[in-house]
Ligand binder design. Structure first.
Ligand code: KG4
Ligand code: ZN
Length: 340
């Protein structure tokens, strides 16, 4: 294998296929995004109201080669300039993960460069670093995706402390389920975000579960409260339900994030994960940071949802600090965030 030093000029090709986005990106030095290509399968899954794992795997298989090729073209480089190939090995859908992991290992072998295994959750934490590599540590990240809701204190590269997490549904899952119930379609988060713009967030007083109680979250009761309210008031305006539901989620997320920053002694607070694209969450997060004197960091929306630039970024740090991953490494659908 080519044994090149890992430095600011090291180019990592990242590959992401853990769910329903097929993505490839070229990132130099851990933060300089040369290209980031995301091919969404949303239209393929929309008719089923959610991601169908078998359809996702087959689509990744078809899309990955052209997506990787485009990421090289858009970066203006050829494969000889790629110093390492990083891929998401988990958590995610096993069939979907296997497509990206196998492709990354094959490319690494053929190009004679290191392969680097990346944890998808860790990659979401790095979205903030992609845009500001000089963020102060400890950094508390509110990671809100379709599968996870976590408050993590990032104390160093690869050093994470879990401060709180959802005890039941993830925030994104709650958005998706409520959107489906309201007939707003899939994916639910953006649909509720849009519908809520015409609604009154104070119209319905939905519960703020565990608001004053520790740093863990619970969203399943809120989802049930929405269902019960709509059944009891069939004429209620959908926009008001969407806005009131969204406000309840945002209030809890923001309250716990600022408490977590206080308890961890952090000076900076960042958002990550797909739900971090939510417009009301973004606004109220920044307002809270300003009040608390925290450096609030909001990654660009395209870096919040699944992408491969965040995979390549983590790949660079892991390669620098831990070296290449053996090609015997497989995919792990239940991979956990490595904690200290
Ligand atoms: O991080 P992500 O792209 O994939 C996972 O790793 O899960 O997150 C997807 C989740 C979905 O639940 C989606 O509904 C939610 O992020 N999401 C949003 C918004 N955009 C995406 N939730 C609320 N508001 C949005 N604008
Ligand atoms: Zn994700």
């Amino acid at each position: 294998m080519k044994d090149r030093p890992v430095n600011e000029g090291t180019v990592v090709l990242g590959i992401e296929t853990s769910c329903d986005e097929t993505a490839a990106a070229c990132v130099m030095g851990g933060s300089d995004v040369l290209s980031s290509v995301v091919s969404s399968q949303v239209d393929l899954h929309a008719q089923y109201g959610g991601v169908v794992p078998e359809i996702a795997s087959r689509a990744h298989l078809e899309l990955l080669t052209p997506v990787v090729a485009r990421s090289l073209v858009e970066a203006g480089i050829d494969d000889a300039r790629v110093d390492a190939v990083a891929a998401t090995v988990g958590p995610g859908l096993i069939g979907a993960l296997l497509v990206g992991v196998s492709a990354a290992k094959a490319l690494a072998l053929v190009w004679d460069v290191p392969f680097v295994a990346v944890n998808h959750m860790e990659a979401h934490l790095y979205a903030a670093f992609l845009e500001d590599p000089h963020l102060e540590l400890p950094l508390v990240v509110l990671l809100v995706s379709g599968g996870h809701t976590m408050l993590v204190s990032m104390e160093g590269h690869g050093r994470y402390r879990l401060l709180g997490q959802s005890l039941d549904d993830a925030a994104g899952e709650a958005f998706d389920k409520v959107a489906r119930f309201l007939g707003l379609g899939y994916p639910g988060g953006p649909a509720i975000d849009r519908a809520a713009m015409d609604g009154d967030p104070t119209a319905i007083a939905f519960p703020r579960a565990m608001l004053d109680d520790g740093l863990d979250f619970s969203f399943s009761g809120l989802k049930t409260a929405v269902v019960n309210h709509v059944r009891a008031h069939p004429d209620v305006a959908t926009a008001d339900v969407a806005a009131s539901f969204q406000q309840a989620v945002v209030d809890v997320l923001v309250a716990k994030a600022r408490r977590a920053a206080r308890e961890a002694g952090a000076r900076a607070l960042a958002l990550g994960g797909g739900v971090a694209a939510n417009s009301v969450l973004r606004e109220s997060f920044l307002d809270a940071c300003a009040v608390d004197g925290l450096h609030g960091f909001l990654p660009n929306r395209t870096m919040c949802t699944d992408n491969a630039a965040m995979i390549a970024a983590v790949g660079w740090y892991r390669l620098r600090d831990h070296g290449p991953t053996p090609l015997t490494q497989g995919a792990d659908p239940n991979l956990r965030l490595p904690l200290v």
